[in-house]
Structures are given as C-alpha cells and as structure tokens.
Write a protein that binds this ligand. Structure first.
Ligand code: UDX
Length: 445
C-alpha cells in the first residue's frame, strides 16, 4: 500500500520505517530541508536502537523515501499520517498549529479519496477540527472530494520503539466509518498476526485512550514516589514494599519503580494536557493535578538529599552525575530529572561533572558552554575531583560498578542513587555512604 507520513520526528520516522519494513511504499515528508537532506544522505536525526539499520535497508529496497515536497506526499499515499509535534503552549494545552497546517496542506493538494490518520498525541476533539479544516479548504477550492479522519494513537516507548511498533500491545483505530476501519485493519495486518490486538472504536474514545494510558502509568509512578517519601519518614524500605504489593496481579510489578521522577516527551506533557482539557470543560482533575505536583516535587528530592548531606551548603562543591537522559537507551533529555537536579545544583553554587553513554551531545546543545558543567568520557573519570556521585538514569552499565574504584576517586565517600539500582550493602562494604530513594541511608561502620 502507499503511505505518506507528515513529520519525520520520533513518531513519524518509526512509523514510516516500520510500515516500509513490511512491504509498503512509504514517503516521509518534512518541512525541515536540513532534516530531509540528512535522511537522504543516510543520517538519522534521533537515536533509537535498530532504527538506523532499518532505515538503510528500506531505503536501499526503494520502499522508504524522504522529501520536502508536500504535494508529492499528498499524491502518493491513500493513507496520510499526521505525525508532527504538538508542543505544549503556555498553559500546558497541546498546540495544534502544526497538525492543522498539515491538514490544510493535504486539503490543498488532494484530488481523490484520502484517509488522514492522526498519529500525533492530540487532545480529544482534534479529529473533528482536522476534518473541519479539510472541509473548509475543499469548499474554498470548490472541490467535492471524499476523505476520512482517523485517530490512531501511538504507544511507542523510546528505546524500544521498533519492538513496540512491530509487536504492539494494541492498535487503536478511532473511526465511525467501517470501510475505513477495514482499510486500516489491512494496513496493520502484518503487526496483528497470531493475536487480536486491533481495536476499533469511536474517534473520541480513541483519542482519550492515549491520554488515559499515559496518565495511568504516570499515576502509578507518582503514587510510588509519594509512598517512597512516606517510607522514609516511617523508616520502611520502599523496595520491600514494592515487591510486596507488585505480587498482587491486580497491581503488578510494572511501573511501580520509585525514583527521582518521570520525564520524557510524553508523561509530563500528556498529564498536563489532559488536565487542561478537563479544566476547559469545567471539570477539575484533582488526581491528575496531584500526579503532576508529586512528580515536580520528586525531581528535587536528590538535590535535597545532597544538600542535607553537605550540611546545607553546596557552594564550590563538584557533583558527578551518572546519566543525563530521561531514561536509558535514549539521548532524549526532555523534562529529564537530571535537568532539575543540575539547575538546582548550579543555583546553589555547585559545579556538575556529567557522564552519559549517549546524551552528552544533547546536554551540550541544551546548555552550551558553561564553566559549571563539564563532561567526562566514561563513568569512572567523571568522578575525578568530584565530591559526590549521583546516579540519575539507570543505564545498564551503571548497575554493578566497582565500588572500591569509586571510593578511591571521590573526595567524599558518598553515592546518591536516584533509581535504587545499586547494591547498597556492597557500596557500604567499600566504605561508601549509600543514599537512595525511600530507604534509610546506609552508613559504613
Ligand atoms: C511513555 C509510555 O510508556 C509509552 O507507552 C507512550 O507511548 C509514551 O510515553 P516513554 O516516554 O518513552 O514512553 O518512557 P517510559 O519508559 O514510559 O518512561 C517514562 C518515565 O518514567 C522515565 O523517566 C522513567 O524513568 C520513569 N519511570 C518509569 C519511573 O520513574 N518508574 C517506573 O516504574 C517506570
């Protein structure tokens, strides 16, 4: 089948590449000529395991092409995926200007039936606005051309996006037109073999499903983070509590890891946007407000622990960070906990030395040159002349470090573990104070 994707960001690129991988002819359109040039020269603008290889193979096979020519894009695909960004505007609502601009472009150039597929995370009611936009342009053009607008939210996890697309938990299609539903069922058939994970529903339910899923997961995390603070106060161990409650299948083990807060491009933005949507309709989403507030507070917890350890004064201290990305296997630092921590440290007059397996370039892009931010080549050299080590992102390579080597390099024998992944007993045996989330600090005898 012929598929056009508007937007070669994270979602668009993964969607286009995976649809090409199963044999479709995919044309990806972006208004950014530099991005398209990079892609046409074999480059990939984002880091995602397996993506680069898959793009190369499908370009070589002629099934995947990149262009800035929107008109050619509209002519190419029966399916017109809209996968452009929906950044939050000042009040946290999703800004739909890019989505609606693509809708206008499609309406401007279409000459036969087209299916517009909303892949971007968009507020409930967006499909109706997209349809109204297309109708308006077609009227102005004096054209009567049939089209449908479908909501087809994505549920990709960064770092596992290819796997998630190729083997999805669910494929949600929101449309009131049974014929369109069948066309999408055919497009997604290769990803729906051996199990029934294709769900058709009305457009608004599909749009809300995406927000509901992310809000539920964010709620689980904030709940556990709240509990971790209570655990500290009462002298309990949150990790024991986690295992204790996770064994109840109604609760489950997933997404109940306490830590230094959730980040990324989805949870913070989607929780806020859903809360705004509800608010605009006269409903106060108290639980969602709390989920967000708990997370903002949790992102400062590491800083508070570090400040307390050093007696309230961090001026002139050097703090080593392990991990900058909002989670492992990505270079994405959007809403990353590391950013809140670094900004608090700088404000308190401390310097930061950071190491991350892939996100250093991204940190340099965000913060530029500054005297109080240095980067190291590896996890050990980042400790040289540092007063303390703070683990912010749970990259695998940090999981079983050489505590004796850490002890030898640090000026002060202390580790702050923002993800509870280190073996505190081993750290203590090596002479390090081990401070984690939701547990009593371990202090060497
Ligand atoms: C998320 C959803 O998982 C995905 O389905 C949706 O399509 C987009 O949003 P992503 O943002 O890539 O995906 O990250 P995810 O792996 O879900 O992690 C989000 C954040 O929560 C990270 O900062 C992570 O460190 C944190 N987290 C996750 C916890 O603090 N505790 C947990 O138990 C799980």
């Amino acid at each position: 089948m012929d598929v056009t994707i508007f937007g070669t960001g994270y979602v668009g690129l993964v969607t286009g590449t995976c649809l090409a991988e199963v044999g479709n002819r995919v044309l990806c359109i972006d208004i950014d000529p530099d991005k398209i040039e990079l892609l046409n020269n074999g480059g990939v603008p984002i880091y995602e395991p397996g993506l680069e290889e898959m793009i190369h193979a499908n370009r070589a096979a002629g099934r995947l092409r990149f262009s800035t020519d929107a008109k050619a894009g509209v002519e190419h695909g029966l399916f017109q995926f809209i996968a452009v960004g929906t950044p939050p505007d000042e009040d946290g609502s999703a800004d739909l200007q890019y989505v609606l601009a693509v809708a206008r472009t499609i309406a401007e150039h279409m000459n036969e039936y087209r299916i517009l597929v909303d892949k971007s995370t968009v507020p409930v009611g967006t499909a109706d606005r997209v349809a109204a936009t297309v109708r308006e342009v077609l009227e102005r053009r004096g054209q009567k051309i049939e089209f449908d607008v479908v909501s087809n939210p994505e549920f990709l996890k960064e770092g596992a996006a290819i796997e998630d697309f190729m083997r999805p938990d669910r494929i949600i299609v929101g449309t009131d037109n049974p014929r369109t539903a069948e066309l999408l069922r055919a497009l997604y058939a290769p990803f729906n073999r051996n199990h029934q994970r294709f769900f058709v529903m009305d457009v608004r339910s599909a749009e809300l499903t995406k927000y509901a899923a992310n809000a539920m997961l964010a709620t689980k995390i904030s709940f556990m983070n709240e509990l971790s603070n209570i655990a500290e106060a009462v002298g309990a161990d949150i990790e024991k509590v986690r295992i204790g409650i996770g064994s109840d299948p109604r609760i489950g083990y997933q997404f109940i890891y306490p830590g230094c807060g959730y980040g990324g491009s989805c949870f913070p933005k989607d929780v806020r946007a859903l809360e705004r949507t509800a608010n605009a309709l006269g409903y106060t989403a108290e639980l969602l407000q709390a989920v967000e507030a708990v997370n903002l507070r949790q992102k400062r917890v590491l800083f508070q622990k570090i400040r307390d350890y050093f007696g309230g004064d961090l001026a002139g201290r050097t703090i080593a960070l392990w991990g900058l990305a909002f989670k492992p296997n990505t270079d994405d630092m959007r809403e990353a906990s590391s950013r809140v921590l670094m900004e608090c440290l700088w404000e308190a007059g401390a310097r930061v030395q950071a190491y991350d397996p892939v996100a250093i370039k991204e940190a340099q892009r965000i913060y530029g040159e500054r005297a109080d931010l240095q980067f190291a080549r590896d996890a050990l050299s980042v400790l040289d002349r540092a007063d303390a080590l703070v683990l912010v992102t749970e990259w695998s390579e940090f999981r079983s470090p050489d505590f004796t080597a850490i002890r030898a390099r640090l000026r002060h024998p202390v580790i702050f573990d923002g993800r509870n992944i280190l073996d505190g007993d081993q750290a203590r045996a090596a002479g390090l104070t081990y401070i984690s989330i939701g547990r009593t600090p371990l202090i060497p005898a």
